[in-house]
Design a protein around this ligand. Structure first.
Ligand SMILES: C[S@@+](CC[C@H](N)C(=O)[O-])C[C@H]1O[C@@H](n2cnc3c(N)ncnc32)[C@H](O)[C@@H]1O
Length: 423
């Protein structure tokens, strides 16, 4: 489940893939074991379930002991830039305990994320005030309730087995924490995914398309994965015009999505009579990619479950009948059943993370088997080579993080999802 925590052991493994100018040409991209001082090193994970945590207000308690270098670039201390060393430090977790690093390129992208997010944060403040007025409480109380929902995840602790419910996603206080934290996570992960997909030639089709690339999401929420896609295609593929269709079952994401510049449509993945292309008013062969970011656990978690199988049938029809080129999938768990469920239908799930340390299905491109070579035009690197290349070239290194794989013994010790997650 997204966002839950598990106690980590005393040894903390850190990626020291510093940007080249901080570590000399080529960068210092080795894995280090470091002793983490103090006992509060926790990051994500599901073992104990969300219920084992005590919710604390985000008032600085337990905040990072890591003091990033340089200047703070956002109000909340998630983004720091040190021009002297060319190191940009950013945090994706609520208490800023887990530093990640990028260079000037990543810094520019993350600064633009902060700028884009400002409009969403302003709108969110107005919505929290509105709800507060209705309830006769200050907006702060709405924010506190949102933080409680974000950290405690009462729905996850119940029978529904999803992170947050429809109503919780519609709560402006929860939305505040979503905007504050998921913005970093989704943006950097999607960007890293796209760099991996690009190495397989996944966007070669765009140059001969003769029209803008068209991308739709399922369960897109505010749309940070789309923001990353737009930045990536514009900056690295020179595709300034991308048509984007954000969809979600929760209608209140609309105004956030529109504030990012993306049209929004209400679409329920479980509505077997609806067709995503119709909803986007597109014909066959007119939609290129469908992005599924952190939503597969809502509809493709249990093979054999009729509702989940029906949702996969719907995706298969998009690929087969509507000629969507690829599904772009990002998930939390190293075992993401959507991959094998689609493979059973005649697709190939190209798992984009280096598989050298065991199965990792957190990022994938899913295509029809017969279209694989047409769409993924380049060969992948041998296991281990990809990791080396990413250590030097990736914009957002160690995203999604992989320290835990080393800790459990690499491929030899791998088995099942042990992914921990930021809160
Ligand atoms: C974890 S959020 C992911 C949001 C966004 N894709 C991201 O990566 O930040 C899950 C999203 O799935 C949406 N969702 C849940 N069930 C859905 C369904 N049946 N149809 C469409 N969207 C759904 C929720 O409203 C929520 O916005």
């Amino acid at each position: 489940m997204e966002g839950d925590e598990r106690q980590r052991g005393g040894a903390r493994l850190t990626w020291t893939g510093r940007p080249p100018s901080a570590a000399g040409a080529g960068g210092d991209s080795s894995w280090n074991h470091q002793r983490h001082e103090g006992g509060h090193h926790r990051r994500g994970g599901g073992g104990g379930g969300a219920g084992n945590k005590r919710w604390k207000r985000d008032d600085g308690n337990g905040a990072s002991r890591h003091q990033p270098r340089g200047l703070r670039e956002d109000d909340e201390g998630h983004l720091w830039w040190d021009e002297r060393t060319n190191v940009c430090t950013y945090f994706q977790d609520r208490r800023r305990k887990w530093p990640f690093y990028t260079d000037a390129r990543g810094h520019v992208l993350l600064k633009s994320l902060v700028e884009a997010n400002a409009a969403l944060r302003n709108r969110n403040l107005a919505l929290m005030r509105q709800l507060g007025d209705k309830m006769g409480v200050p907006a702060d109380r709405v924010a506190n309730e949102g933080e409680r929902l974000y950290v405690n995840k009462p729905t996850l602790r119940g029978d529904d087995n999803v992170t947050w419910s429809f109503d919780e996603y519609g709560h402006p206080g929860l939305q505040l924490y979503y905007l504050k934290l998921k913005s970093w996570q989704r943006f950097t992960e999607t960007y890293a995914l796209l760099e991996r997909a690009d190495r397989l030639g996944a966007f070669a089709f765009a140059s001969s398309l003769g029209r803008p690339v068209r991308i739709a999401t399922l369960g897109g929420g505010p749309g940070y994965e789309l923001l990353a896609m737009r930045c990536f295609l514009r900056d690295t593929k020179s595709l300034p015009d991308v048509d984007i269709y954000n969809t979600d079952v929760q209608p209140t994401w609309r105004e956030y999505s529109e504030a990012l510049g993306f049209g929004f449509r209400v679409f329920d993945i479980h509505n077997v009579t609806a067709d995503l292309c119709d909803v986007c008013e597109l014909g066959t062969d007119e939609l290129d990619m469908v992005v599924i970011s952190y939503v597969a656990i809502y509809f493709a978690k249990v093979p054999g479950n009729p509702q989940h199988e029906a949702a996969c049938d719907m995706l298969f029809k998009l690929l087969k009948d509507r000629r969507v080129k690829m599904l772009v999938v990002s998930e939390r768990s190293e075992e993401t059943p959507l991959c094998s469920m689609m493979e059973r239908r005649g697709c190939i799930a190209e798992r984009l993370m280096d598989q050298d340390m065991g199965l990792d299905e957190r990022q994938s491109i899913i295509v029809l088997k017969e279209r694989r070579d047409e769409i993924l035009t380049k060969r992948r690197l041998p296991p281990g080579e990809q990791r080396k290349l990413e250590a030097n070239e990736a914009t957002f290194k160690n995203v999604p993080f992989e320290e835990h794989k080393i800790k459990r013994g690499g491929a030899a010790g791998a088995g099942g999802s042990q992914t921990k997650w930021y809160d």
